[in-house]
Design a binder for this molecule. Structure first.
Ligand code: GTP
Ligand code: SPV
Ligand code: MN
Length: 592
């Protein structure tokens, strides 16, 4: 693509000027404008196969699929290197890392100076969201990584289409350089005031596909606060019942906690007459329509999702989808040049693990695929993509679900009493950490609304923003929580999960219609065992009862822990939310 040089449109002009400015600082040998075409993708891939950046997979069984191996020290998002850069620390709050914007600018400028010398700089204009949607946004990412350039073609609408959608409100600017992959100088800096992202010394998706978490969540959440909408770490699905009626719901679960799998759920045998249509597997932008209904769009055009434990058993729809046009990162490679990961099935006799070490006969020590190995696939090729995916106005949301990995305590599924109580449910989310971010796995931590790593401003203000919708609408979605991750005494999952999660979705849909039965408990409306039971489901009644149990003593402790967390958020924490917590505490006390 030639740079849109002669263009008279001043916004396009300023985009080109900005790219020139970055090139003046970073000093690449050349600048290439990406047009997002298949031809360009083939060329990028060809170059990367030639220099070993990508490995071509078996083109008969995996056409147009490639394997990328990252640096072993650069395999997940790195929260300790992620900063929100503003003037005042209080603007970002205690759940974010803060850097003064002046200091950050100086630091980044020094790191960027000449960092692309000897390399090509790719300039990638991208559009997030449907064509001609009032909610879509334009960004431009410049990067010296061809892996990022190729992946961005999958994740966003790249090229002319972005320039055509440039409007008066400008565009988000992103600068990425792999630098020397120096971990001590790894920074992912966000400047909400300038709609600017600078990412240095990483080449891992979540740190470098800047359209994703950096733009669509951290910067967009700030815009959403200022403009009265929501940018959330949420899947969006349409649940079709046997009569063909479709109910749209969103679900906020933390990283590596089941969003993609719920989005691409294949109904089990005993619910064959139902279906789940995918709108988004990771991010939702939600705007109130004039009637007060939240309408959700997916800003993304591709999936960047977890590989391990995906199998024909757990999720055949994903297995089928990733068989073409997919870039795998850090999975293992079988001797027939097909990808392999833990949980896929039988361990191949010979394989190369994610670091390229060969193992023959028997299991590789450690894991063959990295626990956070992922694949990038265009959303268009998913056969059950909702026809409403392209709707410029988004889909109307009836319910929102919060969830996360919680081996104990949290019931399988239940409903909040009100919008405010639902916000409490989301704000209270305390879940086990996963391999999606560097650091220890399985540690309980607060991850309110699954946005701990992604909210670009003070989380106390964020709760206030959620509460503010009450006065703007009387058609707010119902709020639920689900937890398919409870463990039994034997350390195994009590609930079979995956396709069986449709049982929970059915209950949620029926609750919204005033149909399914529930019992009132201090934490919300919990299903009766009967209301979840379906002929053929094969989960023993005793297990369902255990999964629905509200453990009074453990919940009271949870509320106390939550109170400490809320108090740690300081003066800006909304009183109305503390009152919701008080009310829940009183509900338990009055039971005694
Ligand atoms: P991000 O892309 O990091 O935001 O993650 P995600 O929320 O989309 O998670 P994903 O669906 O990719 O699932 C992460 C891991 O959890 C994978 O290994 C899945 O196989 C596993 N998983 C997903 N759903 C279930 C479930 O219902 N039960 C169990 N036991 N595991 C699940
Ligand atoms: C997550 O970690 O929540 C992801 C993957 O969706 S990443 O894009 O790396 O953040
Ligand atoms: Mn995610």
């Amino acid at each position: 693509m030639t740079p849109p040089g002669e263009d008279s449109n001043h916004v396009r002009r300023s985009l080109v000027d900005w790219v020139d400015e970055v090139a003046d600082i970073t000093r690449p040998d050349s600048v290439e404008w990406c047009d997002g075409s298949d031809e360009e993708f083939r060329r990028l891939v060809h170059e990367m196969v030639a220099d070993g950046t990508l490995i071509e997979l078996n083109q008969r069984s995996y056409p147009n699929c490639y394997l990328h191996r990252s640096d072993p020290n650069d395999v997940a998002r790195s929260e300790e290197s992620t900063f929100i850069c503003t003037e005042k620390e209080d603007d970002v709050g205690s759940t974010n890392n803060w850097m003064g914007s002046g200091e950050a600018r100086a630091k980044m400028r020094a790191l960027l100076s000449g960092c692309m010398t000897g390399r090509k700089m790719y300039s990638i204009p991208y559009l997030l969201g449907p064509l001609d949607s009032p909610f879509s946004q334009v960004g431009v990412e410049v990067t010296d990584s061809p892996y990022v350039a190729a992946s961005m073609k999958i994740m966003a609408k790249v090229g002319h289409v972005a320039l055509e959608h440039l409007k008066g409100n400008g565009f988000v600017k992103g600068i990425h350089s792999v630098g020397a992959l120096d971990p001590r100088n790894k920074f992912i800096c966000h400047f909400p005031g300038e709609k600017l992202i600078i990412s240095m010394n990483s080449n891992y998706g979540g740190n470098v596909l800047l359209s994703k978490k950096c733009h669509s969540l951290r910067l967009a959440s700030v815009m959403a606060r200022d403009e009265g909408w929501l940018a959330e770490h949420m899947l969006i699905i349409g649940i079709e019942d046997p009569n063909g009626a479709i109910t749209y719901v969103t679900g906020a679960f933390p990283s590596a906690s089941g969003k993609t799998n719920l989005t691409m759920l294949k109904p089990p045998e005993y619910m064959k007459e139902w279906n789940v249509w995918a709108v988004s597997d990771d991010i939702a932008w939600l705007h109130l329509d004039p009637q007060g209904t939240f309408r959700a769009i997916n800003p993304e055009s591709g999936f960047f999702a977890v590989a391990p434990n995906t199998s024909l058993k757990t999720n055949p729809r994903i297995m089928e989808m990733v068989k073409r046009n997919t870039i795998f990162t850090n999975v293992a490679l079988s001797s027939d040049r097909t990808p392999w990961w833990e949980g896929m099935g039988e361990h191949p006799r010979k394989l190369w693990d994610w670091q390229g070490r060969v193992w023959i006969g028997g299991k590789s020590p450690g894991s063959a695929a990295h626990p956070n190995s992922r694949f990038t696939t265009p959303i268009r090729q998913y056969p059950f993509l909702s026809p409403e995916y392209d709707n410029p106005n988004g889909v109307p949301i009836t319910a929102m679900i919060f969830g996360g990995r919680r081996s104990e305590l949290v019931p399988l599924v239940y409903e909040s009493f009100s919008w405010e109580h639902g916000i409490l449910m989301g704000a209270m989310l305390r879940v086990e950490t996963t391999a999606a971010a560097s650091g220890e796995v399985g540690v309980l931590r607060n991850d309110p609304m699954a946005m701990k790593p992604f909210c670009g401003y003070n989380i106390a203000d964020y709760f206030g923003h959620w509460l503010s919708f009450r006065s703007r609408s009387d058609r707010l979605p119902r709020i639920f929580q689900m937890n398919p991750f409870r463990l039994g005494r034997d350390g195994r999952f009590l609930w079979p999960g995956y396709s069986h999660n449709l049982v929970l979705l059915k209950w949620i849909v029926e609750r919204c219609r005033g149909e399914a039965e529930a019992v009132e408990t201090p934490v919300g409306y919990v299903p009766t065992a009967d209301s979840l039971r379906i002929e053929g489901m094969g989960v023993p009644d005793a297990t369902i009862k255990e999964l629905l149990r509200v453990d009074e003593a453990a919940w009271i402790e949870e509320l106390e822990t939550t109170r400490l967390f809320f108090e740690s958020l300081g003066e800006r924490f909304p009183k109305a939310l503390m009152q919701e917590l008080d009310k829940e505490t009183v509900r338990f006390e009055s039971m005694r």
